[in-house]
Write a protein that binds this ligand. Sequence first.
Ligand code: ADP
Ligand code: ZN
Ligand code: ZN
Length: 731
Amino acid sequence: MKILRVALDLPLDTLFDYLDGGNSQLKVGQRVLVPFGKRQVIGIILARTALSDVADSKLKPIIQGFGDEPPLPAATLQLLKFCADYYQYPLGQALLSALPSRLREGKAAQLPKVTAYQLSAQARSAGLDAIPARAKLQRSLYQALAHTEPLDAAALAAVSSGWRNGIKQLMQQGWVETVATEHVLPPHTHQAISSPALNPDQQRAVDAMLAEAQAFKVWLLYGITGSGKTEVYMRLLQEVLSRPDTQALVLVPEINLTPQLEARFRARFPHLPMVMLHSQMNESERLHGWLRAQSGEARIIIGTRLSVFTPIKHLALMVVDEEHDASYKQQDGMRYSARDIAIVRAKSAGVPVVLGSATPSLESWHNAQSGRYGLLEMNNRAVLGAALPQIGTVDVRQLPPQEALHPQLIAAMRQRLERGEQSLLFINRRGYAPVLLCSACAWVAPCTRCSSRLVVHLRDKRLRCHHCGHEQRMPLQCPSCGNPDLRPAGQGTQRLEELLAEQFPTARILRVDRDSMRRKHAIAAMTKSVHAQEVDILVGTQMLAKGHDFPHLTLVGVIDTDSALFSPDYRAAEKLFAQLMQVSGRAGRAGKAGQVLIQTAFPDHVLFHALQQHDYAEFADTLLAERQLANFPPYCFEALLRAEATHYQAVREFFHAAMAASATISHHLAVYDPVRPRMERLKGMERAQLLVQAGARPALQKFLRAWVPLLRSLPQASKVRWSVDVDPLDY
Ligand code: ADP
Ligand code: ZN
Ligand code: ZN
């Protein structure tokens, strides 16, 4: 069995055979460095075999094996194999893209040594009393070190910010010595913040889940914002992690929210090693977190989408917070849904998975209604006296066309200013104005590379495309008719900010969007100043919609959502509801009543009615009934074939061939004609897509397994950029 069958990071569905070169100890799941053409690449061993299809004389030996590293566990390999198959993605690429980039590049999977401090034997025998009472810092450091194992910089910083001086003095006296360790140190010396008594809703949810905590089950925790879902997750973790060596994986939708969640978890579980895994960490931090999850040392793993593939030694529980969030779906490469993969993973690991949301995805809602998932509801806010906000609409049809803000909204904001409370205006467009318009001929500045319009960024006098990043100077006159009177039309965050400054000259206004929050730590600084009440009015995009908990915020105004009400994307209503529910959740979290005012030309729309009643369930049922009638997901299963090229001709020929290929496969599903998406051109590429719909998942999978290999071998496929998206969210 001298032949290793290796997966490589290549867009091919084959494995490659190499001789083990005498490295008989190399195991499945371990990395190897192998020659490939003129290059040397990293691969993962998937099998050992005695026979190869390649003649022995042509087999090359590996260059290097990583035999003393822990192999990827069988469960991880199996999960990635499942994904590669389900999402029609080359196995080698699936496997290697799940590795931290350091490992992909061939670096050693080694934990770095951390410097830690401990008391010397001399110090221990002399005792605390040998330190003079006035040397307070030294004494408290001594006490911290006397209690536990060696402490690292972070742990000592928790004792005192001036710890370095104190430690230096103690070291000079020979009382403290350093040790190098590669293990996670007991992170904190402070006391755990104890968990509050659960309210009846929470208790019911926790009890139900704990009663079945040792087996696979999907739970949908459907709880309004502020109902205490996070508290429920923490209580579950507390119980499950009280079993020795168990680990829990908590998935969160975006990095913006992880610091808050991290702080809450660290305060509650100071004694449990915890790692974070997200894209804003540097590569070595990522690698260390990953290795600690794999070794079993990290008991809590909190991460974004990609962390769903992290090898975890004793996985006992998974949580998917905000399970409806679209950022769980990867939009390029292997287009997986981390939520769906979490469920697959939980099933094969035989552990429960909790999906939490105030506005569950219709897929999950449907599964909960049909009894496939356990449904747990929490309909009340957890903090006593924190009522749900009052949600109302204001009718913009009565507004003069130039007015952006309804007098009722202005009055409500004025009232907040007088009471010293905060307001948030939510608008889903950054920049100054969404279009630049010629007052004479109605010319609108277009993006030359996309079928979209350029957004006005007045401050830097530039026009930018928010789809492709193209930017240019603002023209001085209309390129179509020569008219110099070009006007920004519509509202963006910057313009709204300007308008508010005129309306409320004394108010302190803060704009929160991708442009203003670009600097590192900008979000943390923003959060801090809102908490310190240094801000009266926040103007922001969806960046502000989620998670943030601002106790003095009592008014939320929503500008300009109507385009989503009548969007051709049938998921738009579901998304809008989730988003509005989430922004509404920002108002009145701590005992102060909140109010939400939505500006709309369609105040009678069912969506607003459901929103006013805080009744997602009813709205979801309505949407589901519509979907069933139209035979849309979750009542059917879809895959989307996308392709793009600089000339549409190539795209057309590809789809023509793809359709012909589909006709050679016997199937019972609908293969629709290709269509142009809403953005026909993007980044200079002409695009089209083709939808496949099936009544059942297995039928779709069977078809794709036959069709995608045919697509790969089409000569027309090499002239376009194409991809398959299984369970697509965007069309
Ligand atoms: P969600 O995740 O559902 O939005 P959180 O878990 O963040 O809700 O809880 C909202 C607020 O209520 C937080 O400030 C939290 O500390 C508080 N809270 C949650 N559960 C309780 C409880 N049982 N008793 C008191 N306060 C609670
Ligand atoms: Zn013009
Ligand atoms: Zn563009």
